[in-house]
Design a protein around this ligand. Structure first.
Ligand SMILES: Cc1ncc(COP(=O)(O)O)c(C=O)c1O
Length: 405
């Protein structure tokens, strides 16, 4: 089997994207066409370099062209197994699940292909468990104000974004949204009817909001007392982004289920539901399924990524650099007078800007920086976890310029 080689810069393919697109218009795409990636940078068809503070929306934690990922892919390919189906066991899937269990509270893992699919799976497992241990009326799922959990019918019903929801009603039933407030939750969490609560420990799409450990702890106490499953959606904030492998470890609050996806397989599509022993004991063959979930190729690559992202020296760097990044952003905000608030942790920050955040993102393209929005007025930055101080300094100086302009 020949090894995978990356093209050199001079071999970068010229622009090949047709002006008219045949891709369904569900996304408003930026005008750049990327043809190559190197470390923390993307390179477009004209050869212009962009520092990527979006990481493919929190996916490319190890940046682009990572040698370790390429090697893991190459080795996995050499077995000839890309897919075998979930009817058979493969070492790669078993080892990845065992490692996730070792590194977390979970007893078992369900593999799937995306974040939304992971959350939909967690909802099903919660209902299965609640019906078996409670009653047939214990089916409600509660999500929180400002949360984002995906675009499928149940995950969309748990997503607090009216413009995403309205055109597609009716959404899945039995899912409702509650304020991020323990008093309101105390009333909403009826032990006879509620199966689960889902929460992002750090809300991403909803504006980068770090939920207080005391709030998560209060929610844990309420749910535990009433036999309600607590699901942490760590699809965006998990796997190292907060400076802890899992955000729950930083908060010191243990959920019953946890969903991950985005960076798990280094850019290949993969999601997972980490499930506690109590819930996994109630799940049986036939309860759920997905054709591609946890195939040998994607699992082998994810196993490599997981080792890298659970490395304590990487996590320590994210914690330290992240705290420093927050301080620098505060300074920039003060100097510019054009930022209303800053929120974040680790390599996940949001700046509430006075103008539409999309305008700031577009100015970043001109200056060779990729950032994101999180709602109308929040500029969101999610640098790759391999970004070092020099990369952060470079990004910060561009951010200062594009905010001030
Ligand atoms: C917190 C959170 N949950 C769920 C999802 C949905 O993931 P996917 O787009 O892979 O379905 C996202 C995606 O941005 C997310 O940030």
């Amino acid at each position: 089997m020949s090894s995978i080689t990356m093209p050199t810069e001079s071999e970068v393919i010229p622009a090949s994207v047709p002006t008219a697109t045949a891709i369904l218009g569900t996304y408003k795409r930026a005008p750049m066409e990327f043809v190559r990636g190197e470390g923390v940078e993307l390179i477009d068809a004209k050869g212009k370099r962009y520092l990527d503070f979006s990481s493919g929306i929190a996916v490319n934690a190890l940046g682009y062209g990572d040698e370790g990922i390429l090697k893991a892919m190459n080795e996995a390919m050499s077995t000839g197994l890309i897919h075998t189906s979930n009817l058979y066991r493969t070492a790669a899937g078993e080892l990845l699940a065992a490692r996730l269990v070792e590194l977390s509270f979970a007893a078992k893992v369900f593999f799937c292909n995306s974040g939304a699919e992971a959350n939909e799976g967690a909802f099903k497992f919660a209902r299965r468990w609640a019906r078996k241990t409670g009653s047939d009326s214990k089916v409600e799922i509660i999500a929180l104000r400002g949360g984002f959990h995906g675009r499928l019918f149940a995950s969309l019903a748990a997503t607090d974004r009216p413009s995403y929801r309205a055109p597609f009603r009716p959404l899945a039933g039995g899912v409702s949204i509650c304020e991020r407030d323990l008093v309101e939750l105390d009333t909403a969490l009826d032990e006879e009817t509620v199966a689960a609560v889902i929460v992002e420990p750090v809300q991403g799409e909803g504006g980068v909001r770090v939920l207080e450990a005391s709030f998560l702890d209060g929610l844990r106490r309420l749910t535990a007392k009433r036999g309600i499953a607590l699901i942490f959606d760590e699809i965006q904030c998990g796997l190292g982004r907060t400076g802890h492998l899992f955000a729950y470890q930083g908060a010191g609050v243990i959920p019953d289920m946890l969903t991950v996806a985005k960076p798990l397989a280094g850019g290949l599509p993969m999601g997972a539901v980490l499930v506690s022993g109590e819930i996994s004991d109630t799940i049986q063959a036939g309860d759920h399924g997905t054709t591609f979930g946890g195939g040998p190729f994607v699992s082998a690559v994810a196993a490599h990524v997981l080792e890298r992202l659970s490395d304590e020296s990487l996590l320590e760097r994210v914690r330290q650099n992240g705290a420093w990044l927050g301080e620098q952003l505060q300074t920039i905000a003060r100097r510019s007078g054009r930022v209303r608030a800053i929120r974040g942790v680790g390599y996940m920050w949001g700046l509430d800007v006075v103008e539409p955040a999309g305008d700031v993102v577009q100015r970043g393209w001109e200056e060779g920086l990729l950032t994101l929005t999180a709602g109308e007025h929040t500029l969101r930055i999610l640098p790759p976890l391999i970004a070092d101080r020099d990369d952060l300094v470079r990004g910060l100086s561009i951010i200062e310029r594009i905010i001030a302009r």
